[in-house]
Ligand binder design. Structure first.
Ligand SMILES: [Zn+2]
Length: 261
């Protein structure tokens, strides 16, 4: 089937690609287990090549056969979302070319948990006090409680204050600029911190996937680690870096990596 699709694509008949569905490797099995542990209200178990939800929904555990980085980003399989290990609580390093742990998202998973439209997501939003600023995040998966826990922990380090406030935004139903992909802000599960202290790969005129994007960051590691301990990943660990951006992705931060830090 994959060969047939490739042939059709080559002929210009079908501009899409197949998803491979070989058996899970031990590493993929561990990654899917971490996904299930991260979202226990929704996810139940694996059955063959499917992720089974508590309500009986089955989602295929596939990986994209896309030829390019951007094609895979725009139409990943569920396994692609988990494929790049996120270095939770690790020292800061300049990410290698196109290494963006957590930037690939299987959108149907998020739509099903948080809501498939702006109105559905909005029904689950609640206000969190972010250093005197009221920000809206989802109650689903305890994202609101998690962000409150981050906010409670940060004042122990007053030097972080200029980075964390004002927040540049939380909930906003939108696609990522110049892409068909929904931002995690759409689901009320992301927060942008102080834009004045931030760096974003596209501000300098680069194209996605281009080599040689200059990495810049001023955010302190200890601040990043507070978020990571509570299940949030940071856009500053991406080659396509977005240092103001944090999103709730406990399937990637794990429970162990941040111990003793
Ligand atoms: Zn953001």
């Amino acid at each position: 089937m994959a060969q047939l699709l490739h042939a059709l694509t080559a002929a210009g008949v079908l501009a899409t690609w197949a998803s491979a569905s070989a058996a899970l490797s031990p590493q993929e099995t561990a990654q899917v287990d971490a996904l299930i542990r991260a979202y226990p209200a929704f996810l139940s178990h694996v059955d063959g090549q499917a992720l089974v939800w508590r309500d009986g929904t089955r989602m295929p555990l596939t990986r994209s056969n896309a030829a390019t980085y951007t094609e895979r980003l725009n139409n990943p399989g569920l396994l692609d979302q988990l494929a790049v290990p996120y270095p939770a609580c690790a020292p800061l390093r300049t990410p290698a070319w196109n290494v963006d742990p957590g930037r690939t998202r299987f959108e149907p998973l998020f739509r099903r948990m948080y809501g498939g439209t702006a109105a559905q997501v909005q029904r689950n939003l609640t206000a969190v006090n972010w250093f005197g600023q009221s920000v809206q995040v989802t109650r689903v998966n305890g994202v609101d409680r998690s962000l409150q826990a981050v906010a409670a922990e940060l004042p122990r380090s007053p030097e972080f204050r200029p980075f964390v406030t004002p927040s540049a935004g939380t909930f906003l139903w939108r696609t990522v600029a110049c892409t068909p992909r929904l931002s995690v802000h759409s689901f009320g599960a992301a927060i942008d911190l102080n834009v004045a202290r931030s760096s974003y790969w596209a501000w300098n005129g680069y194209r996605e996937g281009q080599r040689g994007i200059t990495y810049r960051n001023t955010f302190p590691l200890k601040l990043v680690q507070v978020f990571e301990r509570h299940g949030w990943i940071w856009g500053g660990r991406w080659y396509h870096h977005d240092t103001m951006h944090f999103e709730y992705r406990p399937e990637l931060t794990g429970a162990d990596a941040c111990q003793n830090r």
